[in-house]
Design a protein around this ligand. Structure first.
Ligand SMILES: Cc1ncc(COP(=O)(O)O)c(C=O)c1O
Length: 432
């Protein structure tokens, strides 16, 4: 039976495998739109976009067609010494989406590899520019930038990090502007200002050793969908400029419209020095990540000496199939005016979730763009697992983070599917 074979042959991610002695795996047979179907014909509405990657539903006809076309040409070629139209076109279009201020797209595979690339590039830029002492990184409390050792060093989620602490570089943490932490009478913007003052104190004291500040713009996902005011990004960007510290925007989760604008940083009217993208970039089809940076940073690597170049690589860098999926994804954004349509979708959803937000067991209901989150009050220490199981029984895929329940659905949910999600979740909260 597939489930037993999977437990034996596959080491599932972010999982205590023993849990699956009692918690059945869900064997997916196929997907269509927002739905996943298992081998027994049961269905689940994918309210977390399969770990925040899916944008336009499963088995999307337009992305499928682009992949089929590319498959008949070639799937992959190494990007050192070679190039191809999909990677060139994608790089040009991504750069254009930053207004041309960022470019020189450097590709990786998963999100964590983009984090590694940005950290290494920032350090190497300073080294090439005569500032070899700038070796430190700063991130926000509760940050999440991936699981590889460099990325984990700038992550601040104890559950993922503490075990590996002896392997990690120390990096400074500054207070998170997470709006839930503000004082009762304080505005979100005022609290953002208070957190930026703490960042300023840190940069003032240590800037000569600091290469970069890395942030998840507007929403810190893995710590529990902590949302914050764009004012923090405005202030942090200005401070980074003042103290000669790079600003790395990790938009691996927030990019591609999740926060309501194409990139979250746009809402602060800033441009970061490095932009990390992944997840939604291929519409949730294939692993692809990319780091964009400024001309001035690129130029510090451009030299006759090989060692001043960025000698980093991954075998699947710039994979042509993944680039075609990404190009098809960008086409959908343009053809369907997705950012504008999402404003209508989000407004409709915000009316529907009102009854959930008012529920006595629900607190801190919050929304940014196409992400909704709230805390549930429960004495059950395993409330996340309980909600996950209750959701499956109601044909919903929810994956709470501790006591935080969130929705990050594909952008294709119909009105009826939105109702199905909200009503099912309300019934689960009611039953706790
Ligand atoms: C903000 C952020 N950065 C980095 C990552 C790591 O991406 P990946 O899991 O593809 O390595 C994630 C994944 O959730 C993320 O949310």
């Amino acid at each position: 039976m597939l489930l037993t074979r999977s437990r034996t042959a596959v080491w599932h991610p972010c999982t205590q495998m023993k849990q699956h002695e009692t918690l059945p795996l869900i064997p997916v047979a196929y997907g269509k739109g927002g739905w996943l179907y298992d081998h027994d014909g049961r269905r689940y509405l994918d309210a977390v976009s399969s770990w925040w990657v899916n944008l336009f539903g499963h088995a999307n006809a337009r992305i499928n067609a682009a992949l089929t076309d590319q498959l008949s040409r070639f799937a992959h070629v190494m990007l050192a010494g070679f190039t191809h139209a999909p990677v060139v076109e994608l790089s040009e279009r991504l750069s254009a989406l930053t207004g041309g201020t960022l470019g020189h797209c450097f590709y990786g595979s998963d999100g964590a590899s983009a984090t590694e690339i940005a950290l290494k590039m920032s350090f190497h830029y300073w080294r090439n520019s005569g500032h070899a002492d700038k070796t430190q990184f700063v991130s926000l409390a509760g940050s999440y930038h991936g699981e590889t050792l460099g990325a984990l060093s700038v992550t601040d989620v104890a559950l993922f990090k503490d075990t590996y602490a002896p392997l990690l570089r120390t990096s400074a943490k500054v207070p998170s502007p997470d709006a839930r932490l503000k004082a009762d009478c304080e505005s979100n913007a005022a609290f953002a200002g208070r957190c930026a003052a703490a960042l300023e104190a840190h940069l003032e004291a240590h800037h000569d050793k600091i290469a970069a500040l890395i942030v998840e713009p507007l929403v810190q996902g893995a710590t529990g969908m902590a949302m914050y005011d764009a004012e923090y990004l405005r202030l942090a960007s200005a401070l980074c400029k003042r103290y000669d510290v790079h600003l790395i925007a990790d938009e691996i989760m927030t990019g591609f419209g999740r926060t309501g604008t194409f990139f979250a940083y746009e809402q602060a009217g800033i441009t970061p020095d490095f932009l990390c993208l992944s997840k939604g970039i291929t519409g949730g089809y294939l692993p692809l990540s990319v780091v964009l940076t400024r001309d001035s940073i690129y130029e510090a690597f451009y030299d006759d000496r090989i060692t001043r170049g960025f000698l980093h690589s991954h075998s699947y860098t710039g994979n042509a199939l993944a680039c075609r999926a990404a190009l098809a994804t960008l086409d959908i954004f343009e053809d369907d005016r997705v950012i504008a349509e999402n404003r209508t979708r989000a407004a409709a959803m915000n009316v529907k979730v009102e009854k959930l937000a008012q529920h006595p067991r629900v607190s801190d209901f919050r929304n940014t763009g196409m992400i909704w989150a709230f805390e549930v009050t429960s004495d059950d220490t395993a409330v996340a697992l309980r909600i996950y199981e209750a959701a499956l029984a109601r044909e919903l895929l929810l994956r709470p983070i501790g006591s935080t329940v969130y929705f990050m659905p594909p952008y294709t949910l119909t009105d009826a599917e939105q109702d199905f999600l909200v009503d099912g979740t309300l019934a689960i909260v009611e039953s706790l």
